[in-house]
Design a protein around this ligand. Structure first.
Ligand SMILES: Nc1ncnc2c1ncn2[C@@H]1O[C@H](COP(=O)(O)OP(=O)(O)OP(=O)(O)O)[C@@H](O)[C@H]1O
Ligand SMILES: [Mg+2]
Length: 320
């Protein structure tokens, strides 16, 4: 397999089996923030494209193994989205796929920024943007003729990080290294049997392959603002699954980013497909808990008191 990095020479990029006849590679830059995969923006004599390569590990942390076949799930989902009128404009078209080298060329949506800055706590998603994000979810969840299996290994990996590791009393994370006092705060959650049982139940549901195509990672890092448009990228954790999971994760990140309290009801009112509200709230609670207590930390601007309050609300969401 040809292993591409941010330093791979233009000469070697030119030699990849991706280009049209006579197309010359002119420039390569890192496309944006991202941990899992290699993502470059390549300018050629004809176009600007995004080159994505998955590795058998997390690109930023090569010591952590990760399922390399994630790129195939992403490719299949992006292709299905391109074929569906209601959502096609949200996501990049797959221009070329090279299974042998785990390489994919994507349409370049343009330079923009993701929404990770909303965790700073002083930025609001507009109600219009919120509606657009809900419409995207409705759009993909309603695609009932597709059947794209999720990468089982990716789902298992996510399951570990969402439903299992954050709730182990002795998981080896040093939470005080993130914020002093967080370790002590975590105790009452990791030792709560009723909570961990319900989390385990939700985790089992999450692993089931259901009839709905889900994005699988529907959080501000997957939303891009490009000019006045809103795009959704990176469905590498997606595939057939539980629609309530996408919705619950969505709501959790509105909470973590201190968005207006009314936003959750706006989302649920606009989401017109049938969904079990209890499951949505359960996943929402788990996602809040794991983002505060687990390894996959976010640039949150929350005091220890605010985290304590959110954790307790999250627990109520999981248990009720
Ligand atoms: N089609 C595209 N058009 C324009 N920019 C893109 C496109 N795809 C990715 N990017 C940019 O590259 C960044 C990384 O892409 P992406 O999120 O797909 O990578 P990743 O390695 O899977 O990230 P993560 O570790 O968050 O899962 C995005 O945040 C965005 O800035
Ligand atoms: Mg990704």
């Amino acid at each position: 397999m040809l292993d591409i990095t941010a330093n791979t020479s233009l000469y070697d990029i030119q030699r990849l089996p991706l280009w049209e006849n006579g197309e010359q590679v002119l420039e390569r830059t890192v496309a944006g923030e991202g941990n899992m995969n290699l993502v470059l923006r390549i300018k050629t004599t004809r176009r600007s494209v995004i080159l994505k390569q998955s590795k058998a590990y997390v690109r930023k942390y090569p010591q952590i193994p990760a399922p390399i076949e994630r790129l195939e799930a992403e490719k299949s989902i992006l292709e299905a989205i391109s074929d569906q009128k209601s959502v096609a404009s949200f996501s990049p078209k797959v221009l070329h796929y090279n299974a042998e080298n785990y390489l994919m060329l994507l349409e370049d949506l343009g330079s923009g920024s993701d929404f990770l800055d909303i965790y700073a706590g002083n930025k609001l998603i507009s109600p219009e943007q919120l509606s657009i994000l809900v419409d995207y979810l409705v759009g993909i969840h309603a695609m009932d003729s597709v059947k794209i299996p999720a990468s089982k290994a990716m789902r298992a990996l996510n399951h570990q990080h969402i439903f299992h590791l954050p709730f182990l009393a002795d998981n080896g994370f040093n939470l005080d290294g993130i914020q002093v006092g967080l370790q002590a705060l975590s105790k009452s959650y990791t030792s709560d049997e009723r909570l961990t049982e319900q989390v385990a139940y939700l985790g089992k549901r999450y692993l089931e392959e259901e009839d709905t195509l889900i994005h699988g990672d529907f959080y501000p890092g997957s939303w891009l603002k490009i000019g006045s448009n809103l795009k959704v990228i990176d469905p590498e954790f997606g595939g057939m699954g539980d629609a309530a999971f996408d919705l619950g994760v969505f709501l959790a990140h509105l909470d973590l980013a201190k968005q207006p309290p009314g936003y959750a009801s706006l989302v649920l009112e606009r989401y017109t497909l049938p969904v079990d509200p209890k499951l949505v709230q359960g996943y929402r609670g788990v996602e809040i808990l794991r983002r505060i207590l687990g390894l996959a930390q976010l640039p949150l601007a929350l005091s220890l008191e605010e985290k304590s309050r959110l954790l307790s609300q999250a627990k109520t969401l999981v248990l009720s």
